[in-house]
Design a protein around this ligand. Structure first.
Ligand SMILES: Cc1ncc(COP(=O)(O)O)c(C=O)c1O
Ligand SMILES: N[C@@H](CCOP(=O)(O)O)C(=O)O
Length: 357
């Protein structure tokens, strides 16, 4: 019988901190494609794959963490979740809260959320508050709200979020047969690079009676936007700015975990410009056929930059996570292209002429 994907909690339950009788709030997240990217292999001299997280139920990797966090909340008396967000966490929290029958409150930096993500939070019934400040201000506010009021915080400072997100590393190993040589990720609040590193380490070790599934761990390469690159600067950035609004973050919550992922794996965290991010987004769309949001393209921009500098080992097996779906932020993508579709009469000859056929 065909295996029907059951969501990451059921698929990897034995490696997750969830009891046999605990409720599972799932929208069928995970099981995302690992797509070979010949256009990137040709440019880098490596064997490059994309882990396409934009096909998750709400269009980003956050769903892997949200299924775990929301399942844990559903096992308690708490009736409302809260999060700060640059867009994707709020979209995911709102959808999973709706599925669980929980309330959802979202605190956002005013005017800095891509329209698709804002629409998601609204249609799933979240209550929104816009702050005249940046994501870091919003996170400070929701941490205080969760201390003072009966609401559960579902940002990645909730440890169950990273537990769920580590399953993406499991899937990469399951698909490739072993860990890649290098894994490249965009870095914002820094939870995801930390979660992947946790997943890779766990899969490479015998643990809790479970045998190792990988013989090694990859080097972790993190990529930030130049205007929001606290790891590269070595200190928080007070006024982060980038076209990749999802990673417009100056003071990442998982700072120490991400540095550990970088250092223990022998990797690095570097920065790329907004122009490089938008070029990589266009390349992925036109030459690989995968439409990602700007923050996601940062991983690929970082890989291409490393290749230009001679930093990519020939023939290395490399996975880039592309974290979110391009349809969430069509305004930025369309702002990069000149499109004037010609209007023609409802006639094939006219259409052919307009198409230059
Ligand atoms: C699409 C997208 N990519 C990358 C990131 C960065 O992930 P993290 O915050 O876990 O570093 C985020 C959120 O910050 C995001 O929404
Ligand atoms: N990009 C994130 C920022 C918050 O991330 P989290 O993983 O700490 O919840 C978002 O989508 O809001």
């Amino acid at each position: 019988m065909a295996h029907l994907w059951r969501g990451v909690v059921e698929e990897y339950r034995e490696r997750l901190p969830i009891g046999p009788g605990d409720p599972v709030i799932t929208l069928g997240e995970g099981g995302t494609p690992l797509v070979p990217a010949p256009a990137l292999s040709a440019r880098t001299g490596a064997e490059v794959y994309l882990k396409v997280e934009g096909v998750n139920p709400t269009g980003s990797f956050k769903d892997r963490g949200m299924t775990m966090a929301m399942s844990k909340v559903a096992a308690t008396d708490t009736e409302m979740v809260v999060c700060a967000s640059t867009g994707n966490t709020s979209a995911s929290a709102a959808a999973y809260a709706a599925h669980a029958g929980l309330g959802c409150a979202v605190v956002l930096p005013a005017g800095k959320i891509a329209a698709g993500k804002l629409a998601q939070a609204i249609v799933h019934g979240a209550t929104l508050v816009a702050v005249d400040g940046n994501f870091d201000d919003c996170l400070r506010i929701v941490r205080t709200l969760a201390e003072r009021y009966p609401v559960a915080l579902v940002n990645s400072v909730n440890p169950f979020r990273l537990q769920g997100q580590k399953t993406a590393a499991f899937e990469v190993v399951d698909a490739l047969g072993d860990a890649p040589d290098i894994h490249v990720l965009p870095v914002g609040n820094a939870g995801n690079i930390s979660a992947y590193w946790m997943g890779y380490r766990e899969y490479a070790a015998d643990q809790d009676g479970l045998p190792a599934r990988a013989t090694r761990t990859p080097r972790m390469w993190g990529v930030q936007a130049e205007g929001a690159a606290p790891f590269v600067k070595g200190a928080p950035v007070e006024h982060p700015e980038t076209v990749a609004t999802a990673i417009r973050i100056g003071n990442p919550a998982s700072w120490a975990l991400a540095e550990a992922a970088r250092d223990e794996s022998g990797g690095w965290i570097d920065a790329v410009s907004d122009a490089q991010i938008l070029d990589a987004q266009a390349l992925l769309a036109r030459e690989v056929g995968v439409f990602v949001e700007p923050a996601s393209a940062a991983s690929v921009a970082g890989l291409l930059q490393a290749a230009e500098r001679g930093g990519v080992p020939a023939g290395a097996r490399i996975v880039c996570t592309v974290t979110g779906n391009g349809l969430k932020d069509t305004a930025t993508a369309l702002g990069q292209v000149e499109i004037e579709p010609q209007v023609v009469a409802p006639d094939a000859t006219d259409a052919a002429r307009a198409l230059g056929l």
